[in-house]
Design a protein around this ligand. Structure first.
Ligand code: AMP
Length: 214
């Protein structure tokens, strides 16, 4: 089962990827998490993308495709995968196709710009695991501490309001054409399903709904 989670920043892709990955037993890939790890480790790739990410811009397609394809070659993805945050442009979607990376389900998570801004500015993450919290709707048991490890939660540099607006603009202009791309693909190929859902429900009810769709 190969799944793409599509949706604006803050629509809950990361949260759903984590729940579905645990419940379905298939691995998930977040290109954002991979790149943040590279920045943390100060690798050449990390140095290359740091400024772009901090500004809320999209990293170039070639770099993203190289990272994604290399990651997908690892054996843990052989049973299926959940893509969170990739593809984010038509060139990336075509690149996946040209590399014979097959997709069975595209789940488009709909969320308004206002809701996105409200969610992201309240988002906190546990850097080591990528676990996500929201200070209002999904707070940790202890303020600013990860539930499992007790380690500090942080706000991502690019989760500040001004940067979020830039990321939303990029989503609306560059990523949202993927909706039509995959809708059309699904119309022409019975093995591909395109689903849309309302992402303003609770994470658990969205996860149940997605499992029902799959
Ligand atoms: P995310 O954690 O998915 O919100 O990604 C954080 C940032 O990483 C984005 O704002 C981009 O700068 C970069 N990034 C992650 N995935 C991609 C992608 N598929 N294409 C371009 N840039 C990406």
């Amino acid at each position: 089962m190969n799944i793409i989670l599509l949706g604006p920043p803050g629509s809950g892709k990361g949260t759903q990827a984590e729940i579905l990955s645990n419940d379905l037993g298939i691995a998930h890939i977040s290109t954002g998490n991979i790149l943040r790890q590279e920045i943390e480790e100060q690798t050449d790739l990390g140095k290359l993308v740091a400024r772009t990410m901090q500004a809320g811009d999209l990293v170039d397609d070639e770099t993203i495709l190289a990272v994604t394809i290399k990651t997908l070659k690892s054996p843990e993805y052989s049973k299926g995968f959940i893509l969170d945050g990739v593809p984010r442009s038509l060139a990336q979607a075509q690149g996946l196709k040209n590399n014979n990376i097959e997709i069975n389900h595209v789940i488009d998570m709909l969320c308004s710009d206002e809701e996105v801004i409200q969610r992201i500015t309240n988002r906190r993450v546990h850097p080591a695991s990528g676990r996500i919290y929201n200070t209002l709707s999904n707070p940790p048991r202890v303020t600013d501490k990860d539930d499992e490890t007790g380690e500090d939660l942080v706000q991502r540099d690019d989760d500040k309001e001004e940067t979020v607006r830039k990321r939303l603009q990029n989503y609306n202009e560059i990523t949202s054409p993927l909706k039509d791309y995959y809708r059309e693909m699904a119309n022409n190929d019975p093995l591909i399903k395109y689903h849309q859902l309302d992402a303003d429900k609770s994470p658990q009810s969205i996860a149940e709904y997605i499992k029902h769709l799959l």
